[in-house]
Design a protein around this ligand. Structure first.
Ligand code: KIV
Ligand code: ZN
Length: 522
C-alpha cells in the first residue's frame, strides 16, 4: 500500500479494544474481544490495537489470542517507552501475521515535568531507545508523541525526526486531551511536514480525543494536511469523552468525495452491526441522536421533511441508511417458526453462532414468542445479545419472584442464583421491587460495589415490549456496565445487575497494581 502524502488511501487504525476499553465501565473479556476483533476484520479496518499487554495478564492474553486468529489486519499492542513494556508487547503480538508495536511517551512540557518528571533530553533519549528496541522485534513500529498538541514545536520536530531515524514507520500525533481547534491541528500537521526533514519515511497518523467535540473535525483537517492514518473507535468510545468515531470519519470521507477525495478499506454496510456489538459488549448504549449509528440518525419526524423524503430521498438524506447497514425493521418469525428459519434469520442479522449457542437462543426465542405477539428484528437482537453475546459465566440467575404493589409492602424478592456452580437463594426487602432484587443479590454475593446508574429502555414499542436494562456499578474506582433484556422488567433488572457483577469479577482478577499505573495513556 502506498502510504505517502501523495496517496489518497487512508489507513484506518481502530483502537476500540485499547483506548475504547479505557472508557470508565467499558470492560471487555477475552471472548468479547475476540468477537469484536472478528467483526473489525470483516469491517475492513487496516490496523487493530488489541490492548496494552503490560497492563494486565488479561490484556496480554487478549492481544495474544487476537494475534493468533486475525489474518488480514495488522494486530497492534501498546507499550510505554520502557524495555519491559516493549518486550511484553512484542511477545503478545508475536503470533500475528502482521504485528505492530506502538510505543509512546509524552513530549509536552506539562506532561514531562509533572507526569514523567523527566528532562526533555532524557525524554528524547527514551524515544530513540524505545523505538530502536521495538524494531528488534518487528519492522512495523509506531511511535506516539503523547500530548503532541500541547508540545513545543522545536522539541516535537526533534523527537519525530529521531523516532524516524531510529526506525519508526508510523508517527502518531495525538491530541491527547482533545484541546486543539481544527485550524490549529491542521497547522500542526503542516508544520511537521514542513520542518521534519525525513518525514516522508513514515506514515503520519493522528489520534484525536473528543473533549471539545472536535475529534472527527480535527482528524479530517489532518488528512487534508497530509496525515494518512487516523486512529478511531467504534461509537467514539474512549478515555473521557472518547476518541474520533470511526463511523463518522469514514462516512464523512465517503459522503464528501467532492472535497475529500480519499478512500478507506471500510465496508460501510458493516458499520451498524459492529456498532451494535460494541454497544452490547460494553453496556454503552448509543445515544439516539448519535451521527450515523444512533436510532434517530435516519429518522424523519417533521411532516415537511417526511414529505420531502417521499418526493426525493436526497432532500433530507445525505447518505442512505443501507450504506451503513441499516435495514428496515421487519416483523420476524413467530411462535411456529422452526430452528432452521431462526438460524437463517440470525445470520441475516449478522450473527454467526455455533450449534450450542443457537440451541440456547432458540429456547428463549420460543418462550418469547409465547409471550409477545409481534416479534421484530430488535427483539431477536436483544434476545440473542442477552443469551449468548454477554458473558455471564460466574453468576447466573436461576429464578426470581417479586411481590410488590399497594398490597405488598415492603416489596420482597425471592432470588435464586448459581454462583460458581453452587445454587444459593434468599428473600430480601427493599424500597421498591428493583431495590428488593438488588438487595437479594447483595445478600447472596456480598460486595461493596455502588450502584451508579439504573436505566430502562423499551426495545420496541407496545406494553409487551422487552425491557433492556443497563446497570453501572463502581468498586474502588473501577466501573462496569451490565445489561439484561426480558419482557419482564424485573427479570431484565436482575440480569443486568448480574452481568455487571460478572464483569466486575473479571476486572478484579485482571487488575494487578501494575495495571493501574500502566493505564497512564490517554
Ligand atoms: O491519547 C493518547 O495520547 C493515546 C496515546 C497512547 C496514543 O492514547
Ligand atoms: Zn488516546
Amino acid at each position: 500500500m502506498n502510504m505517502s502524502k501523495e496517496s489518497n488511501r487512508i489507513i484506518i487504525f481502530d483502537t476500540t479494544m485499547r483506548d475504547g476499553e479505557q472508557s470508565p465501565g467499558a470492560s471487555m473479556n477475552l471472548s468479547e474481544k475476540l468477537r469484536i476483533a472478528e467483526l473489525l476484520e470483516e469491517l475492513g479496518v487496516d490496523v487493530m490495537e488489541a490492548g496494552f499487554p503490560i497492563a494486565s495478564d488479561g490484556d496480554f492474553e487478549a492481544v495474544n489470542e487476537i494475534a493468533k486468529v486475525i489474518e488480514n489486519v495488522v494486530v497492534c499492542g501498546l507499550a510505554r517507552a520502557s524495555r519491559g513494556d516493549i518486550e511484553r508487547c512484542a511477545e503478545a503480538v508475536k503470533p500475528a501475521r502482521r504485528a505492530r508495536i506502538h510505543t509512546f511517551i509524552s513530549t509536552s512540557p506539562l506532561h514531562m515535568k509533572y507526569k514523567l518528571q523527566m528532562e526533555p533530553d532524557d525524554v528524547h533519549a527514551a524515544v530513540i531507545d524505545s523505538v530502536s528496541h521495538a524494531r528488534k522485534f518487528t519492522d512495523d513500529v509506531e511511535w506516539s508523541c503523547e500530548d503532541a498538541s500541547r508540545s513545543e514545536h522545536d522539541f516535537l520536530c526533534r523527537c519525530v525526526e529521531s523516532a524516524i531515524d531510529a526506525g519508526a514507520t508510523t508517527i502518531n500525533v495525538p491530541d491527547t486531551v482533545g484541546y486543539a481547534l481544527p485550524f490549529e491541528f491542521g497547522a500542526l500537521i503542516e508544520m511537521l511536514f514542513n520542518r521534519v526533514p525525513n518525514i516522508d519515511k513514515a506514515v503520519i497518523s493522528v489520534h484525536c480525543h473528543d473533549d471539545l467535540g472536535l475529534a472527527v473535525a480535527n482528524s479530517l483537517i489532518a488528512i487534508g494536511a497530509g496525515a494518512r492514518q487516523v486512529e478511531c473507535t467504534i461509537n467514539g468510545l474512549g478515555e473521557r469523552a472518547g476518541n474520533a468515531a470511526l463511523e463518522e470519519l469514514v462516512m464523512a470521507v465517503k459522503t464528501r468525495q467532492d472535497s475529500m477525495p480519499f478512500s478507506t478499506g471500510i465496508k460501510t454496510e458493516n458499520i451498524i452491526k459492529t456498532s451494535r456489538l460494541v454497544s452490547t459488549v460494553t453496556g454503552f448504549t448509543v445515544q439516539p441522536n448519535k451521527a450515523i449509528v444512533g436510532a434517530n440518525a435516519f429518522a424523519h419526524e417533521a411532516g415537511i421533511h417526511q414529505d420531502g423524503i417521499l418526493k426525493h430521498a436526497g432532500t433530507y438524506e445525505i447518505m442512505t441508511p443501507e450504506s451503513v447497514g441499516l435495514v428496515e425493521s421487519k416483523l420476524v418469525l413467530g411462535k411456529h417458526s422452526g430452528r432452521h428459519a431462526f438460524k437463517v434469520k440470525l445470520k441475516e442479522l449478522g450473527y454467526d453462532l455455533g450449534d450450542n449457542a443457537i440451541a440456547e437462543a432458540f429456547k428463549r426465542f420460543k418462550n418469547l414468542a409465547d409471550l409477545k405477539k409481534d416479534l421484530f428484528d430488535e427483539d431477536l437482537i436483544a434476545l440473542v445479545d442477552d443469551t449468548v453475546v454477554r458473558v455471564n459465566n460466574r453468576i447466573r440467575l436461576i429464578s426470581l419472584e417479586v411481590l410488590c404493589g399497594t398490597k405488598h409492602q415492603p416489596p420482597t424478592a425471592a432470588v435464586e442464583l448459581e454462583i460458581d456452580g453452587e445454587i444459593k437463594s434468599c428473600d430480601a426487602n427493599g424500597d421498591g421491587p428493583v431495590d428488593a432484587i438488588f438487595n437479594g443479590i447483595v445478600k447472596l454475593l456480598p460486595h461493596e460495589a455502588k450502584l451508579m446508574l439504573y436505566q430502562v429502555h423499551a426495545v420496541t414499542h407496545g406494553t409487551d415490549a422487552q425491557a433492556e436494562v443497563t446497570v453501572r456499578l463502581e468498586e474502588n474506582g473501577k466501573t462496569v456496565n451490565g445489561q439484561g433484556a426480558d419482557t419482564d422488567t424485573m427479570v431484565a433488572s436482575a440480569r443486568a445487575y448480574l452481568n455487571a457483577l460478572n464483569k466486575l469479577l473479571v476486572k478484579r482478577e485482571n487488575s494487578a497494581p501494575a495495571a493501574l499505573s500502566a493505564r497512564a495513556a490517554g
